[in-house]
Design a protein around this ligand. Sequence first.
Ligand SMILES: Nc1ncnc2c1ncn2[C@@H]1O[C@H](COP(=O)(O)OP(=O)(O)OP(=O)(O)O)[C@@H](O)[C@H]1O
Length: 312
Amino acid sequence: MSGKAPGTPASKIENRTPASTPGGGSKAKEEKIVVTVRLRPLNRKEQLAKDQVAWECVDDQTIAYKPSPQERSAQPASFIFDKVFGPTCITESVYEDGVKNIALSALMGINATIFAYGQTSSGKTYTMRGITEKAVQDIYNHIRNTPERDFTIRMSGLEIYNENVRDLLNSESGRSLKLLDDPEKGTVVEKLVEETASDDTHLRQLISVCEAQRQVGETALNDTSSRSHQIIRLTIQSTLHENSDCARSFVASLNFVDLAGSERASQTHADGTRLREGCHINLSLMTLTTVIRKLRSEHVCFLSISVHSLHS
Ligand SMILES: Nc1ncnc2c1ncn2[C@@H]1O[C@H](COP(=O)(O)OP(=O)(O)OP(=O)(O)O)[C@@H](O)[C@H]1O
């Protein structure tokens, strides 16, 4: 979401009830896409620069845009989402209230994807790190509390950097991986390394390896700006020990997608490599918008993260 009047009219943002209990509730099946917004607080640099707050949380589903006095042509506007989290909200609340049910639905065999989308420096990586950690905790709590089932968790990580797909668990290969169409599995990434996590500590280590390998660079808006889209995928398989009326075997994917942020070169002051990266990022985000609109088959949480400031 950009710092000027957003382009998506409120009429196009549907007001939906958030999904219910993981996998089990009927709403989880009805609701395919849940959109929540988190506004981050102004950081120190923005406070020192006396940046203005551009967005206001009207209630827990509505945010309002307040144009600055300099933006004479922009009109105030409000937008409704499944859930809005204000700048004082901690990541745990965002997870518990907006994401947990969706993340845990993968334990019941429902594919789920949690996206963080927003402009550069709006807090996507900050939020996704916290959410991924909370989801790992909950997944392993569920496994400990479900002794009647055997679980296997496999994990892979990739980034899309300047339109090349890189394996974050095998970055030394330096190769750009190919996308293939598999008649049964759909789109697959050829030769992507997938590790089986032995426990939660091992899974956290694998996730850290991916984060350490990701392309990060400094821009005028973010000292540690992600320059690629990152996808961490957990494939969760579970089997019941004994015969029962319940479904005996589940397998589902849980994707954590931390997108690179949309950016304006005039604000990031990008040139050379950073400018080229920015062009790829913006173009791929536009394409993704089309994909999201057409996506109907998965249970998706779309976390839109917003910068809570206007640059003065
Ligand atoms: N909710 C928050 N509370 C406090 N600080 C935050 C919050 N969200 C983000 N930050 C801080 O804001 C800065 C930018 O956050 P982050 O790098 O996560 O943004 P981003 O959207 O991932 O940016 P980019 O698209 O450039 O990668 C970081 O210093 C981060 O620690």
